[in-house]
Design a protein around this ligand. Structure first.
Ligand code: HT7
Ligand code: ZN
Length: 870
């Protein structure tokens, strides 16, 4: 199938001054009439419009209908050879949203009409310039049955609603801001709503509305509060005010992704709107706040300044993730927020960068634009922005952001335009830095230290390299900002005087590594200092650093940079894990280094450390991160190592874990403040460790927690523990949860996930059975993600040599791909570790991948992701 290339980009041949869209919504079909005022900007250019699927009823140029000899229609395009220099284009199409299972374009979810146009689905609604650099003004009317669809929404300002007198009504909307068509949205349905207002710092009152299914309004308040916090934060942090009179959020049950930032009318997956104490965990409360913020922040980074083409996707996504991470840090705790963000990056993006689908932050080719919505574009893209901020400092970054909006408000631009806006006002040269956009792969930085006591000199040698990635066999050196400190014996930061080490505007010491090898010499060092490098994870690189164990334990205890304290603990834990995996493969006894266990115990007893930080320290490296490091993914050895490690912690720290549990259990059970959430996280982690010993007393505690829980966080934490057991307690809790939530799919999805992620050997059989459960609907993306994608992420059971998980999964991908390519393609990541499997397992996985790719009708989304593994 055909690829598209960045190098083929051409600016549009036409300007569209405005477009009127009339939607006539019926039960069995819908009509869409679009009328655009068009000007030709390339003399002699034919009119080429994108369109995939809508039935063309008529096309008129300046009011005159064209007959079929005057245009060419293919499955992807509508072409009119001769058009005047300036004209009115009118196109009428017919659609059947009720049969749209792909959930792209105009579709129906639980009787509600809604749209999802990003990236290229506006073309399934009408024939149009479906490209982000064609920005125009939209006027929209929506006509529908008044009783079935009392709420009729689109972007911008609500002008009026007319009663048509025949049981139907018609709403008029006008968006004063020009936008690309991927930001168009429409909602029509019978929905409940909560309302509030926000007064901007310049004194404008904005009406805020959150819509959801009737009866769910009470669960919308947290989303509303999150929206108000986001609006305030963007004014304070970046001086950015909202620019319309209304801001609407609509919760929809069938949605392929998390949420969509359509101008003034965000459409959200219900799971990222609805929350109360009984139905949402602390993690859900946090995710809702951060996704509401993310979509709100897009109003400036994405909507006001948009993309020139889809290869620039990280321009809006990387920047907006960076902004939502900063927001979350300010709302919670910057230190632990950074740890969470880096954990996420390592688990997903580093794996992507090391696999067969590795691509640059600004890719230069693809088969399906839908496949651009990756962790590389989002999370690594955010790291690239963060590095810019580290280099120029926070003040310098704000200056650059102001310049970006001054230069590009209302435009469709590129990542290069962004880098220029940040670097130029700060007098920096980002020519080399831009390689972060064009080169894929995670660079490695090798660290070597030397200390000369006679000269009182400490020398740091840094070497960078980057492994080949698909299509990029060799790499040029990156421009890598490394935040560093040298610590004395008390853990105090020493003043640094070495050529090439500078302080940024935040007073942090930065080394800007540009060459393949650089040497830094620090003088006046009366004793050998302890190095703290890559503080705050200042660049998305892997360190190769054979640090002495004593130095690592010293840093775990004393580094003032909390990120690195935790990072060094992870490094120690990761080495212990590797050792356990190697021993398990050789069938040797699995013993854990006591020094590490003792350090963990000391931390639990440390009254100065915050519960949020303790929870991060207790968390072992994820199996996905370990799988990247290990040469072979041997699921049985991973399982044995995991159990041995966790049990050793439980035994060594038993008393401290129990005390921690007792200290925080049952306290402020209905408070969802991030501090209280961190207390709960810590005590539930403590319970999780303790349960590894299978001590009946502890299992009783878990069971009691389940039955007496006053919030969903505690109930789910206990259920996850019970779900690992083979006992009546497990069945009782799962049955009870099902009965409680069987009519609420957002909550019931957690019930699917807890079973799909269980490490018990029978998990595959249970997942298979659950796909036949009456509550499981394969056309609902949340159901598929909660059960099947969750199982695909269960590294131990998905790659279990005793089962046929690969075959089952391949069957699921084939079945889902025929209905919904975007959802199917999100399951393909389960096969990312194929290259690490032992030969027999690898053959089995590859033959299933071949079987999927052999399906002729397979979507280009799934095909692109899977065939690279072959
Ligand atoms: N910009 C939004 C991306 C999105 C999306 C992409 C492909 C298919 C469906 C989708 N729904 C939403 C979300 C965001 O990053 O803010
Ligand atoms: Zn986004």
């Amino acid at each position: 199938q055909e690829k598209i290339f960045l190098k083929d980009y051409k600016s549009p041949d036409f300007t569209v001054d405005n477009v009127n869209l009339d939607f006539i919504l019926n039960e069995d079909f819908c009509r869409v009439i679009s009328q655009s005022q068009v000007r030709k900007t390339t003399p002699g250019a034919p009119l080429l419009l994108n369109g995939e699927g809508p039935k063309l009823i008529s096309i008129k140029v300046d009011g005159k209908a064209l007959d079929s000899s005057q245009y060419e229609l293919t499955s992807e395009e509508l072409m009119v050879k001769d058009v005047p220099d300036q004209f009115t284009l009118e196109i009428e199409t017919e659609l059947q949203p009720q049969n749209n299972t792909a959930l792209e374009g105009l579709y129906k979810s639980n009787g509600i009409f809604c749209t999802q146009c990003e990236a290229q689905s506006f073309r399934t609604i009408t024939y149009f310039w479906d490209r982000p650099d064609v920005m125009t003004s939209y006027s929209v009317t929506i006509e529908a049955d008044k009783t079935k669809y009392p709420v009729l929404l689109s972007n911008g300002d609500r002008l009026k609603v007319e009663d048509l007198g025949n049981g139907r009504h018609k709403a008029y909307w006008k968006d004063p801001h020009k936008k690309p068509c991927y930001l168009f949205a429409l909602v029509a349905g019978d929905l409940g709503v909560i309302r509030d207002t926000f007064t901007t710092r310049s004194g404008r009152k904005v009406n805020l509305e959150v819509y959801a299914a009737h009866g769910k309004q009470d669960r919308c308040h947290h989303a509303m509060e999150s929206l108000k916090k986001s609006m305030k934060w963007d004014e304070e942090a970046f001086g950015l005010e909202y620019d319309l009179n209304d801001y609407m959020i609509v919760a929809i049950d069938d949605f392929n992704a998390g949420a969509m930032e359509n101008k003034g009318l965000n459409i959200f997956n219900s799971r990222l709107v609805l929350a109360d104490t009984a139905s949402a965990t602390d993690t859900d409360f946090f995710s809702i706040e951060s996704v509401v913020a993310h979509e709100y922040f897009h109003n400036w980074t994405g909507n006001r300044v948009t993309l020139r083409d889809w290869f620039q996707l990280s321009l809006k996504e990387g920047l907006t993730v960076f902004r939502d991470q900063e927001f979350s840090g300010d709302m919670t705790d910057r230190g632990t927020q950074r740890i969470d963000d880096v954990d996420g990056l390592r688990a997903a993006q580093f794996a992507e960068d090391a696999g067969t689908n590795a691509h640059p932050v600004r890719p230069d080719s693809c088969m399906s634009v839908d496949n651009f919505f990756t962790s590389t574009i989002y999370e690594k893209g955010a790291e690239v922005i963060r590095m810019m901020q580290t280099i120029v400092g926070r003040k310098g970054f704000r200056k650059g952001m102001d310049e970006y909006f001054r230069r590009h408000d209302g435009q469709a631009v590129t990542t290069e335009d962004f880098a220029a806006a940040i670097s130029e006002p700060n007098g920096k040269d980002f020519t080399q830095f831009r390689r972060w956009y064009s080169q894929a792969g995670t660079p490695t930085v090798k660290v070597q230290e030397a200390y000369d006591a006679s000269k009182k000199e400490y020398t740091l040698t840094l070497e960078q390299s980057c492994a080949p990635t698909p299509g990029q066999p060799t790499k040029e050196p990156f421009h890598i900002p490394l935040m560093v400190a040298l610590l004395d014996k008390q853990g105090k930061e020493l003043p640094l005087n070495a050529k090439g080490v500078h302080t940024n505007s935040d007073g942090k010491y930065i080394i800007e590594l540009r060459e393949a090898r650089e040497v830094y010499t620090f003088t006046g060092m009366n004793e050998k200092p302890v190095l703290s490098i890559l503080r705050e994870f200042s660049a998305p690189v892997t360190l190769q650093w054979a640090a002495a164990a004593d130095d690592l334990y010293f840093l775990v205890e004393k580094d003032p940079d909390s990120f690195n304290r935790r990072e060094m603990a992870q490094k120690l834990a990761s080495d212990i894990y590797s050792d356990l995996i190697a021993k398990a493969r050789k069938k040797e006894a699995l013993t854990v280094e006591p020094r590490f266990l003792k350090a963990l115990n000391a931390l639990l007893l440390d009254t100065k450390a915050s519960p949020a930080f303790k929870a991060k320290m207790l968390q072992l490296p994820s199996l996905h991160v370990l799988a990247q490091k290990e040469a072979v993914l041997d699921a049985n050895a991973f399982y044995a190592a995991r159990n041995a490690f966790r049990t050793a912690i439980a035994k060594e720290c038993r008393q401290a874990l129990l005390d921690t549990y007792r200290q925080y259990h049952g306290v402020e059970t209905k408070n969802h403040d991030s501090k209280v959430g961190a207390h709960r996280r810590l005590k539930n982690m403590a319970l999780g460790y303790l349960a590894e010993t299978k001590d009946p007393e502890i299992l009783k505690l878990a069971s009691e927690q389940y039955w007496k829980a006053e919030n969903l966080t505690d109930r789910m934490a206990a259920m996850a523990i019970l779900a690992e057991l083979d006992s009546p307690e497990r069945t009782k809790a799962l049955d009870h949860f099902y009965q409680e939530w069987k009519n609420d799919s957002v909550v019931l999805n957690k019930w699917f996930t807890v079973q799909a992620t269980s490490l018990r050997p029978h998990t595959l059989d249970e997942v298979k059975a659950l796909t036949k459960h009456p509550a499981f609907n394969i056309t609902n993306p949340n159901n598929v993600y909660s059960l099947l994608r969750a199982f695909g992420s269960n590294l131990i059971r998905f790659n279990d040599p005793q089962t046929d998980a690969f075959k089952f999964y391949a069957d699921c991908i084939i079945e889902i791909d025929a209905k919904n390519p975007q959802v199917a393609s999100r399951l393909c990541a389960a096969f990312n570790f194929v290259q690490k499997l032992e030969p027999a397992m690898k053959d089995r996985a590859l033959s299933e991948i071949k079987r999927i790719v052999a399906v002729e009708t397979l979507s280009k989304n799934s095909r692109e992701l899977l065939q690279s593994a072959l």
